[in-house]
Design a protein around this ligand. Structure first.
Ligand code: F6P
Length: 502
């Protein structure tokens, strides 16, 4: 089996104590099962910019190789360019972008340094799978260092239309950089179509098939791979946590039949102020919910050094205070806003208790919380999902009540409908939603992508790179971790690849 190299900005290093984000949750299972090397940022900041990994660690079948960022890189590559330019642009929120050309240069520099540190660790038969918007320049940076291995890239966030992306000049180059990959994967058809338009507009790529581009004598395959959760396992967790002490405490503190719940990162894409506006409109339009309904909004603080996140925190604090002050009663508060993260287990318990789940981002790649809310429900008495039609998950979960999060009246009406929905309709909608996710897992998602990468490589010429020269650095860093030289040559037949992966 070809070794899998996963490259991502965040790396769930053993014992790092960091909470796993969506990307890590999606990939953990596959890496544990298949084994391989996980490469990226260590999560630490240190003064020196090394050209080799700062840490080599192992846990089970996974090896981890990571580099530290310098304080300037952390600021410019992570905060300013990745999260201050690319994140809002890719989510079609250009008004939130804070652009500085110097940040783009550092972004490119970090991508180049990551490539330089990764290349010596590669074996000729490795499959390389790069993830997300932090590393758009990496496929080209690897190719420019002579890497000929199959490279796959998956974008966890949306891909915006070229009109929006053009607001940052570097995006055109980054689209060209991405075209050095063999397979580029997206969450939805809409993202893929936007990428095709950008590849044509910015790079002059030619579309030679519905999901096939030709650029600089290379063929680049595109695909849609919606990220999944382990729905059955999440359902078990939620059921197991139903009578846990925190869940019982929440149940006793309010009326669960009028409990509305949101669980998000505190992020401008999640539509939190708009959600509060919709909830306010519900209470104004339908006074029967006054002194009765409670919105529990967990909005875990995130990326606190980025200006738009600081502004959002201030807006939310103000709006939450106003809502409670304007509409609350001495014995009732309409809103409970919590900015500390809660564990996935506790989140599952709260979801099972809630009558309504609110997932109303302005734009979202997928939104796994929407899938988790469905999985967490008691099939006999399920809650109702109110979901933004701008979340990638809306494609699969169209039996939810779909809303435009900008339209406060529409959100208010959807909440009222959800709160008053008959049990028969709740059960029937839930059955449809569950059927869309019950047999899916993140491992299945990961295998699907890897199988597609192998198939793509079957139509690509893959010449092995010079082996001994590639490993010299690793042996120097960690003799015990130096890979053996007996890896089989890369198998270019798609059929054999499928057999191994199923
Ligand atoms: O794809 C979006 C993502 O990178 C997810 O992996 C994760 O849930 C989230 O953003 C966390 O972001 P950060 O690494 O900036 O904390």
């Amino acid at each position: 089996m070809n070794r899998l190299i996963v490259v991502s900005n965040r790396v769930p290093r053993p014992d790092s104590g960091a909470q796993a984000g969506g990307l890590a949750v999606a990939l953990d299972g596959l890496m544990e099962r298949r084994g391989g090397l996980w490469f990226g940022w260590s999560g630490d900041v240190s003064a020196t910019a090394t050209q080799t990994p700062t840490r080599l660690e192992s846990a089970g079948a996974i090896d981890f190789a990571t580099i530290d960022l310098t304080p300037d890189e952390h600021d410019r590559y992570y905060n300013n360019f990745s999260n201050g330019v690319l994140w809002p642009l890719l989510h079609t929120l250009p008004q939130l972008m804070r652009y500085d050309r110097a940040d783009a240069r550092v972004y490119r520099g970090v991508n180049a340094r990551m490539a330089a540190a990764l290349v010596p660790l590669l074996r000729p038969s490795d499959l390389i799978w790069v993830h997300d918007y932090h590393l758009l320049a990496l496929p080209a940076a690897l190719r420019s260092r002579g890497v000929q291995n199959p490279i796959g890239f998956f974008l966890h966030v949306p891909f915006a239309s070229p009109d929006v992306l053009g607001a940052a000049s570097e995006v055109a180059t980054l689209v060209r950089d991405l075209l050095s990959a063999d397979l580029v994967g997206f969450q939805t058809d809409n993202d893929l179509n936007n990428f095709v338009a950008a590849a044509k507009a910015f790079a002059g790529a030619e579309q030679i098939g519905p999901k096939l581009l030709s650029f600089a004598q290379r063929t680049v395959r595109l695909g849609v791979f919606p990220v999944e959760i382990d729905a059955r396992r999440f359902a078990e967790t939620a059921a197991g946590m139903e009578t846990s002490a925190p869940a019982m405490r929440l149940r006793r503190s309010l009326d669960p039949e009028a409990l509305l719940l949101g669980i998000d990162r505190l992020d401008p894409t999640k539509g939190l102020p708009q959600r509060l506006a919709g909830y306010r409109r519900l209470l104004e339009k339908h006074p029967q919910w006054s002194s009765h309904a409670t919105l529990v909004q967990i909005a875990a603080t995130s990326r606190k050094e980025v200006g738009s996140y600081q502004n959002l925190r201030a807006t939310l604090d103000t709006e939450a205070g106003r809502l409670n002050a304007d509409l609350g009663e001495p014995d009732w508060q309409p809103l409970r806003l919590v900015t500390r993260a809660c564990s996935r287990e506790l989140g599952a318990a709260y979801m099972r208790l809630a009558r309504v789940g609110l997932v109303t981002p302005l734009r979202d790649g997928m939104n796994l919380v929407a899938k988790e809310f469905v999985a967490a429900q008691n099939p006999d008495n399920p809650g109702v999902l109110v979901l933004s039609r701008f979340a990638g998950a809306a494609q699969q979960l169209d039996a939810a009540i779909l809303v435009n999060p900008h339209d406060a009246d529409m959100v208010a009406d959807a909440l009222h409908t959800a709160l008053t929905m008959s049990i028969a309709e709740r059960q029937s909608r839930w059955q449809t939603l569950w059927s869309r996710i019950e047999d899916r897992t993140p491992i299945g998602w990961g295998r699907g992508f890897v199988a597609a990468l192998l198939r793509t490589a079957g139509i690509t010429t893959v010449a092995p790179a010079p082996v001994r020269q590639l490993f010299s650095n690793v042996q120097q860093l960690a003799p015990a971790a130096a890979p053996a030289f007996d890896a089989p040559a890369f198998d270019v037949t798609g059929a054999a690849a499928r057999e191994r992966l199923n």
